[in-house]
Design a protein around this ligand. Structure first.
Ligand code: GBH
Length: 474
């Protein structure tokens, strides 16, 4: 049976500034926390940094042509905060703004609608020195930056995303420390989560005042399907705790204007949450035009401790994590993460399209009036060009096919899914894993910066052209 998508479906692809741009030392730009972090020995595999990345800053026009070849009608990118507002305060740098304005104009010329993400993890380093996301002031700085971008590009960009995956910023950045800024304090992580939420609310308010009425504003959440290993009360409670920290800590205030009570109870030993001011939940609860869902893999948890549990324990980025390593789950450190059975990608992440179905149906139930857009989905596989220079990536095609089939099934069951963005356009700097992990539909040779579309790119182009899901390779 062939699955077809609505004719007005958004077919897109996504990237993030630090992962592709390079130009880290361009005039006017100051370091972000990812520059500092990646230049700290031992933080990123192979000592890789985003100094040059995929050199997108110099290859903008070529990359837009690659998107046109994919046939996408939308492109989600992020702005490097410290490229447009060095040190995170004060007036904007024209040169930085000009890059994004030219990018947007190139896109519009080819009928590709820009989706601009304000923050994809690269806080100006100076704001981290001033305390980073754990301090309240950062939320207000973020709103000012949002207003600058809204003023500068609001005439030509009408889809805006405040934050990408605040869970990663808060808990990988400040609790487990595997992401920048690499701090490891559960209290700081919970404060960061709150100030990211507040920053989202304040930035949304700021954008609404400067953008035309047609503009859409939203946030991208790494919506996580959390499964219990058994139906025992203990395992179900482990599931509830992780769901609170992974999902409801953000979607509670953003969609319903309140933090979940069970989250306060679970973390009472760590903090009294007095950093949440009375009006904050209402400020965070701004109407969203749609909700961005980034989906990769589910979590499988149990309450089990003791012998055998540690061996199975993994951190949230798929690394086995033994005793002594920091957990990204404040107040739920005893929960055990298990590797689900079955296939995994090159990241070690379980391939499970049903998790995407479950997440889409969950938000359909919990926020029935908010349309959904899959703002990231994709997989890392080891893709090497063959002797003829062709890159075959059947595993990626099967991954995409499986997840798009799951999205289609959710739509048939009532989910209001408006679009899909393949992560990613290009192979890029995969954060703490460096350049060894390739998520692109287009292969990048980092020696020459040559771009080679993989077979998944051709497969996706057929999909964007026809709106009908092509069969995967046998
Ligand atoms: C996204 O993050 C990012 O937005 C993007 O920049 C990045 O390149 C892309 O994904 C690929 O990583 O504990 O084994 O179950 C995704 C981050 C991925 C975090 C899945 C939690 C759970 C892995 N999430 N991960 S596991």
């Amino acid at each position: 049976m062939s699955l077809s998508f609505p004719s007005d479906f958004i077919w897109g692809t996504a990237t993030a500034a630090y992962q592709i741009e390079g130009g880290a030392r361009d005039i006017g730009r100051t370091p972000s926390i990812w520059d500092t972090f990646s230049h700290t020995p031992g933080k990123v595999e192979n000592g890789d940094t985003g100094d040059t990345a995929a050199d997108h800053i110099n290859r903008r026009a070529e990359d837009v042509r690659l998107m046109a070849d994919l046939g996408v009608n939308a492109y989600r990118f992020s702005v490097s905060w410290s490229r447009v507002q060095p040190i995170g305060r004060g007036p904007a740098v024209q040169r930085g703004l000009d890059f994004y304005r030219k990018l947007v104009d190139d896109l519009l010329e080819r009928g590709i609608r820009p989706v601009l993400t304000l923050y994809h993890w690269d806080l100006p380093h100076d704001l981290e020195t001033a305390g980073g996301w754990p301090v309240r002031e950062t939320a207000f700085r973020f709103a000012e930056y949002a207003r600058i971008l809204g003023d500068a590009l609001g005439d030509r960009v009408d889809r805006w995303v405040t934050l990408n995956e605040p869970w990663c910023s808060a808990f990988l950045g400040y609790a487990s420390g595997v992401h920048a800024p690499g701090r490891t304090d559960p209290v700081l992580a919970l404060k960061a989560a709150h100030h990211l939420n507040l920053g989202h609310g304040l930035a949304t308010q700021a954008l609404r005042t400067v953008l035309p009425r047609r503009a859409q504003v939203t946030v991208c959440h790494n919506a996580t399907a959390v499964r219990a290993r058994s139906q025992s009360p203990e395992d179900l409670d482990a599931r509830r705790r992780i769901d609170a920290l992974a999902n409801r800590i953000f979607t509670g205030p953003m969609l319903a204007g309140a933090y979940p009570e069970d989250l306060f109870k679970d973390t009472a030993r760590i903090t009294d949450w007095s950093f949440v001011k009375a009006d904050d939940p209402a400020t965070i609860n701004q109407p969203l035009d749609w909700l961005g869902i980034n989906y990769y893999t589910p979590h499988l948890v149990s309450a089990a401790t003791g012998a055998g549990a540690d061996a199975a324990r993994r951190d949230s980025h798929g690394h086995a994590h033994g005793a002594g390593e920091k957990s990204p789950w404040p107040g739920a450190e005893s929960v055990t993460f298990h590797q689900p059975p079955g296939e995994v990608t090159e990241m070690g992440w379980s391939v499970d399209p049903t998790g995407l179905y479950d997440v889409l149906m969950r938000f359909t139930r919990e926020a029935p009036d908010v349309p959904l857009v899959i703002t990231e989905n994709g997989a890392a596989y080891e893709d090497t060009p063959d002797a003829a220079g062709v890159v075959h990536d059947p595993d990626r095609i099967r991954f995409l096919h499986g997840h798009l089939s799951a999205a289609h099934r959710a739509m048939a069951d009532g989910a209001d899914v408006r679009g899909y963005f393949l992560w990613s356009l290009l192979d890029n700097f995969e954060w703490e894993r460096g350049y060894g992990k390739r998520f692109g539909a287009v292969h990048v040779d980092y020696g020459t910066q040559a771009r080679t579309p993989k077979s998944s790119a051709r497969w996706y182009a057929r999909l964007t052209e026809t709106g009908v899901l092509p069969d995967p390779p046998a």
